[in-house]
Design a binder for this molecule. Structure first.
Ligand code: PHE
Length: 357
């Protein structure tokens, strides 16, 4: 009996993992195990023998069971120790840099402009960038020989030999979307049309592709006073200032009459632009009352309707708002300058925020 005890306690102690321990348990206490076999032998003993061997066998069985339970707990502890040792994390290490995308300033400013004009009741319209010569010029009262065509440094789409269709151009401004909006929706109308435009021009303040936003409002009795109010509200909200002063300078566009270029009062003191104060004037857009011929080209009766229109460069107002000196930076630079100018996420100023300042 003592041999038996020693043998099985040693086997339990020697089990290296849980499955080895389980094999020991089965070999000792399982149905065909050695201890179980001894228990069965009790039946064949005399009552005296049984009285002596029975309790000792039961005690041995309990002892082995207890040893197995203790060993099992010890093995589990050791496994946990091992995991803690090998899966240890140094939470004081700096985190790996996360690559976050940024919103391009043009997209950001387009969002800002759209949000502000949405507050003023304008919806967004879009048109094609490869535009018919008619929509880009003729419908806007710029006939074939008009000097404005040359001034706009137009990119013409190539035509195959013998192709006599009227020419297509890369649109030189967003004004053709005025015509398309009138054709599609008629009057009354209140739209802004942001998008890409193209001119063969390249220097510090010009890129061959740039962005404009067109505005068009048509109703029964719209006047330049409405134009002025809308532009003032826009400029205040966009530049996030409480007051601005706008200057309307008489100008000429074939598609508006009268026409005005609009400047805002600003200062450049210390090399940074401040809108709303100072002695400088900054030109920000072209505008005017929609020419009757343009209304007619859009199938709108100029005797019953009138409207105002304006167009401004998104790249330009983005540069002014965020102090970016070189237009080419928009398209040629990398993420470094985007970060430098702090374009981390969309943060759209609303009319109300602009006004509450
Ligand atoms: N289309 C003009 C331009 O590109 C801007 C403009 C739009 C002027 C609408 C007046 C009215 O310069």
């Amino acid at each position: 009996m003592d041999d038996l005890r020693e043998k099985w306690l040693a086997a339990v102690a020697g089990a290296g993992d849980e499955s080895a321990l389980e094999s020991v348990r089965v070999a000792a206490l399982g149905k065909k195990g050695e201890i179980s076999a001894r228990m069965r032998e009790l039946g064949r003993m005399t009552p005296e023998e049984r009285k002596e061997a029975g309790p000792r066998l039961n005690a041995l069985k309990d002892e082995i069971n207890a040893a197995i339970a203790a060993k099992k707990a010890a093995l589990a502890d050791a496994a946990l120790e091992e995991r803690l040792r090998t899966e240890w994390l140094d939470v004081t290490l700096p985190a790996r840099p996360a690559h976050r995308g940024t919103v391009h300033p043009i997209a950001q400013v387009t969002e800002e402009v759209t949000a502000i004009f949405a507050d003023l009741g304008f919806s967004v319209a879009e048109g094609p960038q490869v535009e018919s010569d008619w929509h880009n010029f003729d419908a806007l009262n710029i006939p074939g020989h008009h000097p404005a065509r040359a001034e706009m440094d137009t990119f013409y789409m190539a035509r195959g030999a013998g192709d006599t269709r009227p020419p297509h151009v890369l649109r030189t401004h967003t004004s053709p979307v005025q015509i398309r909006s009138m054709e599609a929706a008629g009057a009354p109308l209140r739209v802004i049309c942001p998008g890409r435009v193209y001119r063969a021009d390249y220097d510090q303040t010009h890129t061959p592709m740039f962005h404009q936003v067109e505005g068009l409002a048509i109703d029964r009795d719209i006047s330049m006073a409405n134009l002025k109010w809308v532009l003032e509200e826009f400029v205040k909200a966009f530049f996030e200032v409480a007051e601005v002063e706008l200057r309307f300078r008489a100008s000429h566009f074939p598609f508006t009459e009268p026409s005005a270029e609009v400047d805002i009062r600003c200062s450049w003191q210390g090399g940074t632009l401040k809108v709303g104060e100072g002695d400088d004037w900054l030109e920000i857009l072209g505008s005017g009352m929609v020419h009757p011929k343009v209304l007619m080209a859009g199938n709108i009766d100029p005797a019953a309707w009138q409207g105002f229109a304006f167009g401004m460069g998104i790249d330009r107002i983005a540069m002014l708002k965020y102090g970016i000196p070189d237009l080419r930076a928009f398209f040629e630079s990398d993420l470094r300058w985007l970060r430098h100018y702090g374009f981390a996420a969309l943060d759209v100023p609303t009319l109300h925020r602009g006004l509450s300042r």
